[in-house]
Design a protein around this ligand. Structure first.
Ligand code: UD2
Ligand code: MN
Length: 510
């Protein structure tokens, strides 16, 4: 086919698709949106009537970036300049974390000259990862308060004063704006929505340290009626967008410098803040849009692939969780035990010398909502890949990253998280926070047939106890059916200890 046979539209669609794979965003659409567009104003009406103090501190806005798209990045800078009162905006520091794409070199240097020194750029010699890049930004900054943003954000109307007011009052408070979603394809704004009746959500986690937005909760007697727009405490932040007093962040020794590339630093700082006597507040009247990358992004760092951020999580858990709590992390992510996490003696020493609270206090006083929303998981009886004996086939929740499909079998591969299962002490067969149900599918409903799953190490049989009304029970066993050389199915069959297709081994591949 010759070139002319593609229509203009086909070419544009193709370019859009490529840009999504490269940047995570539809740059063809983004490039058509003015860099100075007026962002949506998703604040509660009441925010418009709040008076903020006149003499708020000046800020250094720090934006770290690695191989970001041009217009999405530039719109971040434009929006900060357009939406921030001049006298508060001391400097914008861009940290290039070893980007390799041409548009982020001379073209960028030249572009920022229009702001006469307000926008500064520092380039890391090597890629440090976003975490060390932010600490570098913090050590270069000169203004009283630091504000961090991802390189694909849009500050909304009057976003900064509400973020600064609590810090001006108490310099041990870090504040986080409400993060609105900017669509990666259409670039429209939408609120992520609250999870309580005042429209609020807080930051939490599950026990494998996946970030989770959960309902805001207050404790018994401390319950008070507050307005929708008052800043409220959150156990954790999402990570990318927050403000903190510069000297205080320095006193906290910035981030743990042993954290690599991506992930976990949001928990490290959140735990450090609370356990060492600080506070973390979400601020409803401060809103910033963030473009969440499209799932088609084939980006680097490979954040959703095995073990990329698990090392970071281990450092955080080993530093901040105490023994009573660590076990939940390792129950949920048993494979983490075998990933080295380097030296954390400096972190432990800092904690010992500066931090009055412990993790138990934190869970009881601040993060009680987290345990309600993500109850600590049961311990594992056995875990690993479930291999069909005498074959190279393993059970696999082979449905991409949605993990909702049927469990089938696939060539055993230790890099596939979809092959790691945990048989828990209460008879659940789990993967991540999901459970294998009686249809041999992963489900987020873990309530079905308590103690249903079992494994007999001698016979190798994996069984499920079906319970019916009238106290009737029937035990059935998993049976392998070979389909091709590299894949097969598992079904329920009547248990037969002589059937070689009913024999499995939990293989700890790590
Ligand atoms: C979320 C956070 C992000 C960070 C991350 C966990 C929000 C909205 N975003 O993921 O800020 O806390 O969780 O670590 O809360 N970057 C570098 N060097 C790298 C990789 C990335 O400078 O090696 C930059 C990147 O260009 C971007 C920022 O770091 O500006 C955050 O990365 P992301 O947007 O890929 O992270 P995100 O939003 O998925
Ligand atoms: Mn981001």
């Amino acid at each position: 086919m010759s070139r002319q046979e593609f229509t203009w539209e086909e070419k544009e669609n193709y370019a859009a698709k490529m840009s999504i794979q490269t940047y995570g965003f539809n740059m063809i659409v983004s490039d058509k949106i003015p860099l100075d567009r007026v962002p949506d104003d998703l604040r509660d009406q009441k925010c418009k009537h709040v008076d903020y103090p006149e003499n708020l501190p000046e800020v250094s806005v720090i934006i770290v970036f690695f191989n970001e798209g041009w217009s999405t990045f530039l719109r971040t800078v434009h929006s900060v300049i357009n939406q921030t009162p001049k006298k508060l905006l001391g400097e914008i520091i861009l940290i290039d974390d070893g980007s390799t794409r041409n548009h982020l070199k001379e073209k960028l240097d030249e572009y920022i000259q229009r702001w006469n020194g307000l926008v500064k750029i520092h380039r890391n010699e090597n890629r440090e990862g976003l975490i060390r890049a932010r600490s570098i930004g913090a050590s270069l900054a000169i203004k009283e308060v630091l504000v961090f943003l991802d390189a694909h954000c849009e500050a909304e109307y009057n976003w900064l004063p509400p973020l600064l007011a609590p810090i001006a009052r108490n310099d041990r408070i870090a504040t986080v704006p409400i993060i609105d979603k900017i669509d990666a394809n259409y670039f429209n704004f939408s609120a992520q929505g609250g999870t309580d009746d005042l429209g609020r959500a807080i930051g939490g986690w599950d026990w494998r340290l996946t970030w989770k937005r959960i309902p805001f909760q207050e404790k018994g007697e401390k319950k008070r009626l507050v307005s929708k727009i008052e800043p409220y405490p959150s156990p954790a932040m999402a990570g990318g967008l927050f403000a903190i007093n510069r000297q205080y962040f320095k006193d906290l020794k910035f981030y743990d410098p042993g954290l690599e590339i991506w992930g976990g630093e949001n928990f490290e700082l959140s735990f450090k803040l609370w356990i060492c006597g600080g506070e973390l507040l979400f601020v409803p009247c401060s809103r910033v849009g963030h473009i969440y990358r499209d799932l088609e992004w084939n980006g680097n760092p490979p954040v959703f692939r095995p073990s990329s951020s698990v090392r970071n999580y281990r450092r955080v858990v080993e530093t901040w969780f105490d023994d009573d709590w660590k076990k939940y992390f390792y129950a949920d992510r048993p494979e983490a035990k075998n990933i080295e996490f380097g030296d954390i003696s400096k972190q432990l020493e800092f904690r010992k010398n500066h931090c009055p609270h412990d993790f138990d206090w934190f869970m009881k006083e601040i993060a009680f909502g987290v345990a309600l929303e993500s109850p600590p998981p049961p311990m594992n009886k056995i875990w690993g890949a479930i291999q069909v004996r005498n074959t190279s086939q393993c059970l696999d929740a082979n449905s991409g990253y949605e993990y909702t499909g049927k469990i089938e079998t696939w060539n055993c591969n230790k890099l596939r998280p979809s092959q790691i299962f945990r048989l828990t002490e209460n008879g659940k067969l789990r993967q991540r926070d999901l459970c294998v149900n009686s249809e041999i599918k992963l489900s987020d409903d873990c309530s079905e047939n308590d103690a249903g799953w079992d494994f007999d190490e001698t016979t190798g049989m994996v069984s499920f106890l079906f319970r019916f009304g009238d106290n009737k029970e029937r035990k059935r066993c998993l049976k392998f059916r070979n389909i091709t050389n590299s894949s097969g199915r598992v079904v329920f069959a009547d248990c037969d200890a002589d059937d070689k297709n009913q024999k499995f081994t939990f293989v700890n591949l790590f």
